[in-house]
Design a protein around this ligand. Structure first.
Ligand SMILES: [Cu+2]
Length: 140
């Protein structure tokens, strides 16, 4: 019965002071102001500012860059690609990525300055279902 009693106590604390509850009983992350721990990317990440497209796939898919960086997309494929920020089709998460945009074969272009510490997903707007053309840029 000890655990039940503890939960009951926390409930009372919540009614009184939410902030104290968060500290005493919550133990969860605050959700803001936690430097160095952005949303964990799905795969291994690489410290580079260049993403190359070939054989209808990006590489490396997931990269880590310092805040303020520009990332260069290089299209070494035999067909055009249109690299844009998630989510599709709005492209609103990280608008700086949209500056890479449409790349003909052999073309390359940089994103704008990635100034916000966060993880940005990107995709090929013309093949938004193709996983091999999707990845993440983690800004830290
Ligand atoms: Cu799109």
């Amino acid at each position: 019965m000890t655990s039940v009693n503890k939960k009951f106590t926390c409930g009372l604390a919540a009614a009184g002071a939410l902030a104290i509850l968060m500290a005493a009983c919550g133990g969860g992350s605050s959700g803001s102001g936690s430097p160095g721990s952005p949303t964990a990317p799905t795969g291994p990440t690489t410290a580079t500012t260049t993403i190359t497209i070939s054989n209808n796939a990006v590489g490396p898919r997931d990269i880590v860059v310092p805040r303020g960086s520009q990332v260069t997309f290089i299209n070494n494929d035999s067909r055009p690609h249109d690299m844009e920020s998630d989510p599709h089709p709005e492209h609103t998460d990280c608008p700086a990525i949209n500056q890479a945009g449409f790349l003909n074969p052999g073309q390359s272009r940089q994103t704008g300055n990635l100034n916000t510490v966060r993880t940005c997903g990107y995709h090929d707007h013309d093949q938004d279902q193709v996983r091999s053309l999707q990845g993440t840029i983690t800004i830290q």
